[in-house]
Ligand binder design. Structure first.
Ligand code: FAD
Length: 394
């Protein structure tokens, strides 16, 4: 029996680690559809894709760690159903490296269950174009890395984080890159126009053909050697849905509804990472975050709850990106109420490698803050979120 974790990604593997670190010595099973031991995905669109970082560095642990810590790691195994009455997880061996469903079935019993099934890229359907590639797994990244070369024509649909990071990696490899985006600026929804414009200038400055306010057509994609869809992800909630767990509303970003302590509507089942729509005690609303930091930190918090704790998860969302020579970190989440103004301190000439700080302010409260290229300022910027800020500084 013991604890079973479904999803051997960053959140699942971090939770297994935290359970052992926090003293749990009972049975622990980690079920993962991919054939590869758990790994971090950020390098797949950065160092690994650029060819500057070996894949091994992205592993949460070298594979022997799991046996050494008595974690039963079932790779290439997909959970296909949860029977909450019998408290078993039905599994099937996955047939391919990406985790496609196979046939050999087995039931894994649990006392408590942790869901960490992550998210999958949204697919793009367009008449006459059936070869879009997406980026989620190490296999996807390896294929893109092999395709990016001097003169390769790369078309990317979507100028969000993944689209832009892939554009930067492709340009760095000497590819000719065109990015299509329906919004007026890249990252506009997350950053707002004041800061999003910095990313537009950065990519144009590096020679990306950035086509904004554009609905891409098959004609636009005709000459490209590689066509990439980077239009966001959807949480992998089918298992939880079939098990009858409460879900978050679509307007709330979907996902498995969890309370402040990360428990689902079934107290024996918790959910964390990209699938979890968390009732955030500090923000006072439900939020589902698709970021590395949240996956890791929720995993540690969930381990404590599985072991009898009842501490709510309070951390504010955090994310980072690296594109060309620009590195940045961002904390907070303005949410549907938005912000009234953005105070920018420093030079936003990202092409020149300059550094700046930005503060998104609602009323007189900082609801989000970031730095670009000023890593020493991390702590100060993070601590500014939630503080008062009266006058605009420009
Ligand atoms: C290319 C890329 C770059 C990124 N860069 C950044 C970044 O710079 N900064 C940042 O903050 N975030 C970044 N992210 C986001 C970050 O990687 C995710 O938020 C994080 O991986 C979420 O962890 P997770 O464990 O919830 O999900 P995942 O990492 O998706 O892991 C879930 C795992 O569960 C498995 N699974 C799903 N269903 C089943 C099932 N039924 N049975 C068994 N296994 C199952 C999946 O195969 C997968 O391996 C990036 C993501 C990608 C794809």
């Amino acid at each position: 029996m013991g604890i079973v974790i479904i999803g051997a990604g960053l959140a699942g593997a971090t939770a297994a680690t935290a359970l052992r670190q926090q003293g749990y010595d009972g049975p622990l099973t980690l079920i993962g559809a991919e054939a590869t031991p758990p790994y971090e995905r950020p390098p797949l669109s950065k160092g690994y894709l650029l060819g500057t970082q070996p894949f091994d560095e992205a592993l949460v642990h070298p594979e022997p760690w799991y046996a050494e810590h008595d974690v039963s790691l079932r790779l290439g195994t997909r959970a296909t159903a949860i029977d909450r009455d019998r408290r078993v997880v039905r599994t099937a061996s996955a047939t391919d490296a990406a985790g496609g469903e196979g046939t050999a079935e087995e039931d894994v019993p649990y006392d408590q269950l942790l869901l960490a099934t992550g998210a999958a890229p949204r697919s793009l359907r367009m008449e006459g174009v059936d070869d879009f590639v997406t980026l989620r797994t190490v296999g996807d990244s390896t294929r893109l890395k092999e395709a990016f070369a001097e003169g390769t024509k790369v078309a990317i649909v979507g100028a969000g984080w993944i689209g832009l990071e892939v554009a930067a990696a492709a340009r760095t490899a000497g590819a000719e890159v065109t990015v299509f985006e329906t919004a007026a600026l890249p990252l506009q929804r997350v950053l707002g126009p004041e800061v999003a414009t910095v990313f537009a200038e950065l990519h144009r400055g590096h020679g990306v053909d950035l086509r904004l306010s554009t609905q891409v057509t098959p004609d636009d994609l005709r000459g490209a050697d590689v066509r990439i869809a980077a239009i966001g992800v959807t949480p992998q909630i089918e298992l939880a849905e079939q098990a009858g767990l409460a879900m978050a509303a679509r307007e709330e970003g979907g996902g498995v509804a969890v309370d402040a302590t990360l428990r689902t509507s079934d107290p024996r089942i918790l959910a964390i990472g990209d699938i979890a729509a968390h009732d955030h005690p500090v923000l006072g609303r439900r939020i589902r975050v698709e970021h590395w930091d949240t996956a890791k930190r929720q995993a540690k918090a969930a381990a404590a709850v599985l072991l009898g704790g009842d501490e709510p998860y309070r951390r504010l969302p955090y994310f980072f990106t690296d594109q060309y020579d620009l590195g940045m970190e961002y904390w907070g989440n303005p949410g549907p109420a938005g912000y009234d103004r953005v105070d920018i301190e420093g030079s936003t000439d990202a092409l020149a490698g300059d550094a700046f700080h930005a503060f998104w302010v609602r009323g007189d409260e900082v609801v989000a803050a970031m730095h670009v290229n000023d890593w020493d300022a991390s702590a100060t910027i993070r601590e500014s979120v939630g503080s008062r800020r009266s006058a605009a500084v420009r």
